[in-house]
Design a binder for this molecule. Structure first.
Ligand SMILES: Cc1cc2nc3c(=O)[nH]c(=O)nc-3n(C[C@H](O)[C@H](O)[C@H](O)COP(=O)(O)O)c2cc1C
Length: 181
């Protein structure tokens, strides 16, 4: 009987250790992404048009958020916007007033969005600018993450948001109709 109890205790401890390790791995691989500033990594899409757009985005683990940014940038370029994209950081030198359109983009992990993006948005004045919040995530039944970002944008009422689980033609159409509203 004692041996059985000892074995059960060992199995319980092993299961607990596995759970802790699992939580740590999940945190490190996914949840941590939205907590840290990513390195300066500017991408530019030039256009002959006279409008400018700034896209600030947190890179996701795989490629959904990056593909979404490319999809938006290429669509904007065709509409005559010159586009600059980078990751939100406290030391970025972009002047919000130089851009007609600012896009704030983040993946969702465990219901949370990019903290560096929230920090950037809450510490800048978007007066007179059009702002679009784009959230990438699997759960399209809620727009809570859009609101997390729109709530910290100040100085403009022209703030809209959309959430997507893919960077396809349907998303491009929704995005373009939002920026031309
Ligand atoms: C651990 C984990 C947690 C996630 N949590 C959410 C969530 O709370 N809400 C949601 O809409 N999507 C959630 N997703 C889906 C991700 O937001 C989506 O995969 C992400 O936007 C980009 O994915 P990528 O890593 O494939 O590029 C989660 C994905 C993972 C792996």
């Amino acid at each position: 009987m004692k041996k059985v109890v000892k074995l059960l205790c060992k199995m319980l401890v092993a299961a607990l250790m596995l759970m802790v390790a699992g939580v740590f791995v999940m945190w490190f691989l996914f949840f941590r992404i939205n907590t840290v500033e990513q390195v300066f990594e500017e991408s530019v899409w030039e256009s002959q048009g006279n409008r400018n757009a700034l896209i600030l985005y947190q890179k996701s683990r795989f490629s959904l958020t990056q593909n979404t940014v490319t999809c938006m940038a290429e669509a904007l370029q065709k509409e005559g916007y010159s586009v600059v994209a980078n990751h939100p950081r406290h030391d970025l030198q972009y002047e919000i007033q130089d851009y007609d359109l600012v896009i704030l983009c983040s993946p969702v992990y465990g219901g949370t969005v990019s903290q560096p993006l929230l920090d950037y948005a809450s510490s800048h004045d978007f007066s007179g600018r059009k702002v679009v919040v784009v959230i990438t995530g699997e759960d399209l039944s809620t727009d809570a993450e859009i609101r997390m970002v729109t709530e910290v944008v100040s100085g403009t009422d022209d703030v809209n948001g959309l959430k997507t689980d893919r960077a396809d033609d349907a998303f491009r159409q929704r995005f373009l109709s939002m920026i031309t509203e």
